[in-house]
Design a protein around this ligand. Structure first.
Ligand SMILES: Nc1ncnc2c1ncn2[C@@H]1O[C@H](COP(=O)(O)OP(=O)(O)OP(=O)(O)O)[C@@H](O)[C@H]1O
Length: 402
């Protein structure tokens, strides 16, 4: 849990130094700097912003460096310093570390941002990251495999981009990369599949709470990104000509996806009208799998609830795993307390959903930072948490409401 947070030169936050509690409410007008505060915590945990990729966009104008420093309740300290050219320095307990994953592991951060509606409709990356966030924190072996896979994939893609006709030497090199990709792929899929199976009942529970009338209709599916019954290198070999034409690798773990499906009594009829071909069906040349995406059926408000359910359902699962917990007294306590960032939920969710979300969070051993335009949320927070911290943000200055 973050006890003290220091931020220098992040957007309009010049010098911030605050002490935090289990629940922290950040109230401020539009443009005051509330979201930047959440962005700072996310940056420390993940090494990137959830709003912009380029550091020069979030480093304060006329400054070269942004710094975020946190002291956790176990006295450990974490720090990130980023320059406009993306040069990054990371520190754990004042010692420089070279992998962001070390800080990510110390400070698991979950952003519940129901405004990100495109998550259901657009490319697979954000849905895949949703699953990978869980797998990273729950399966120790996952990250090294993922890093090794990405490295080989990058090499393969740059070769495919460079030429459409491989020399014998290049072909031999590519085949050795494919062997490596194949063995990493099998493990990555294995970890993802396991965690996905564990996640499903938690997702069903969250849907039952947040979207009770659709509890029967909504379900998740996981697509590995390739046909997992055949070794990836065999399939890559078969598709080599196509990949050379495309200039990139079309199948593999990097194409994995999570879908939310909608099933109704007339789902066959609905599906027949809008058939969806999954990559696996395409690879096999099988009959297309007919499915209806929940995003095609749900209203805007319901999609927000669904995105909230997807994220919220991850927390109890993470907290229930032994890798992330240790015995303290008679109970299991999380080793690294997850930090939940809630951005402007009062503008995105109705009162019922806010109540469910906050009461669920208040019962979990996690730390919460939430932003709000007004202090209407404070009475509910006071009901649910014993000693929340309330901050007011005005033009980049943070004031503690004692
Ligand atoms: N690189 C930058 N340097 C300085 N100020 C910036 C920079 N980028 C954005 N800002 C300003 O920082 C302020 C804080 O923005 P932020 O998004 O954190 O506000 P917010 O309180 O969350 O607002 P809203 O409720 O509208 O989302 C804005 O006024 C914005 O114009």
């Amino acid at each position: 849990m973050i006890e003290r947070l220091q931020i220098s030169y992040l957007r309009n936050l010049t010098q911030i130094n605050l002490s935090s509690a289990a629940c922290n409410v950040i109230i401020g007008a539009n443009g005051s700097g509330k979201t930047s505060l959440l962005e700072a915590i996310f940056l420390l945990s993940r090494g990137k912003s959830f709003r912009h990729h380029q550091p020069k966009r979030y480093i304060q104008h006329h400054q070269n460096t942004v710094t975020v420093h946190a002291k956790l309740n176990d006295a450990s300290t974490l720090a990130i310093q980023k320059q406009a050219d993306a040069t990054t320095v990371l520190r754990l307990n004042q010692t420089t570390v070279y992998n962001q994953s070390i800080l990510t592991e110390q400070l698991p951060t979950l952003l519940i941002d129901p405004s990100t509606m495109d998550m259901l409709e657009q490319g697979s990356a954000s849905r895949r990251q949703l699953l990978d966030w869980l797998v990273f924190h729950m399966k120790q072996g996952f990250h090294p495999q993922w890093v090794a896979y990405q490295r080989l994939l990058k090499q393969r893609n740059s070769l495919l981009k460079k030429t459409r006709h491989l020399t014998q030497v290049q072909l031999a090199e590519l085949k050795s990369w494919d062997k490596g990709l194949s063995s990493h792929a099998a493990l990555i899929h294995h970890y993802r599949e396991r965690i996905f199976a564990e996640w499903q009942p938690y997702f069903a529970d969250s849907v039952a709470e947040l979207l009770p009338s659709y509890a029967e209709q909504l379900s998740l599916s996981y697509n590995a990104g390739y046909d997992t019954s055949i070794a990836l290198d065999v399939q890559l070999n078969e598709r080599l000509e196509q990949d050379l034409q495309l200039g990139y690798t079309r199948i593999g773990n990097h194409r994995a996806d999570i879908h939310v499906h909608w099933r109704s009594d007339d789902s066959v009829e609905m599906s027949d009208k809008q058939p969806e071909t999954t990559p696996e069906a395409e690879i096999h040349n099988k009959r297309p799998v007919l499915k209806e995406q929940a995003a095609n059926v749900l209203s805007r408000g319901e999609k927000k609830l669904l995105i909230t359910a997807l994220r919220l359902s991850q927390l109890p699962l993470l907290l229930n795993t032994t890798k992330n917990a240790e015995v303290s007294g008679n109970s299991l306590q999380p080793r690294n307390t997850p930090v939940v960032l809630l951005d402007d939920i009062t503008a995105e969710l109705d009162d019922r959903a806010i109540k469910i979300l906050l009461s669920t969070l208040s019962q979990l051993p996690c730390q919460v930072f939430m932003t709000s335009l007004t202090d209407d949320i404070v009475p509910l927070v006071l009901e649910l948490w014993s000693e929340p911290n309330v901050f007011h943000v005005k033009q980049g200055q943070v004031f503690f409401d004692s």
